[in-house]
Design a protein around this ligand. Sequence first.
Ligand SMILES: Cc1cc2nc3c(=O)[nH]c(=O)nc-3n(C[C@H](O)[C@H](O)[C@H](O)COP(=O)(O)O)c2cc1C
Length: 201
Amino acid sequence: MSLPKIEMSIFEAILARRSVRSYTAQQVDNLTVRTLLQAAVRAPTAIHQEPWAFVIIQDKQLLLSLSDQAKPLFLAQVSQHARERSGHRLDMFEKPDFNIFYDAGTLILICGRTTASFYEADCWLAAENLMLAACAMGLGTCIIGSALPALNIPEVKTRLGIPKDFSVVVPIIVGYPTAEVAPVSRKPPVVLTSFPSAISN
Ligand SMILES: Cc1cc2nc3c(=O)[nH]c(=O)nc-3n(C[C@H](O)[C@H](O)[C@H](O)COP(=O)(O)O)c2cc1C
């Protein structure tokens, strides 16, 4: 498969990636989804097991119904302590019109074969590859961890065609951003020690 030529260095893509939470109605086409999956499966994989498999959801009604199912389950899992610390942000999950997928037209589930030694690590590495490639192609992405409790219910897995020996590890929404998103700050890297002591804070 030939991949599109992308004029962005890897470091530019790392700096440009944001979690995008507002999308246009333009749907991501099949070739673009395939390109993102090609980027995902180039990730490092422990013992070369390649334990990942993907579910692509572009059905609006299905996305809304998964969102409705996910919200109460996520709230039930979040501790009271975390709810207090998060301030008002978790209140959104109680609103009937809040879509945890932010009305994105595409949800990609990165699933991992649970018998593989490092399936979760492999899937997360695949996720970052996918998100950086998406960013370089002008797409926005956001991991939706709050969907995980619902997505891993056996009946939901069956509905989505996910075999019993797979778990959903990373749900990622993909689409075209409505506007530029400001970067979220990061603390500088903390170096605990370095030998010899050439790299210091
Ligand atoms: C494991 C994980 C789960 C996440 N789950 C959600 C989520 O459910 N909803 C959401 O809006 N953002 C979610 N995010 C995105 C983070 O909020 C975001 O990465 C963080 O605020 C930093 O912003 P940035 O990605 O734009 O740099 C998740 C990120 C990670 C790594």
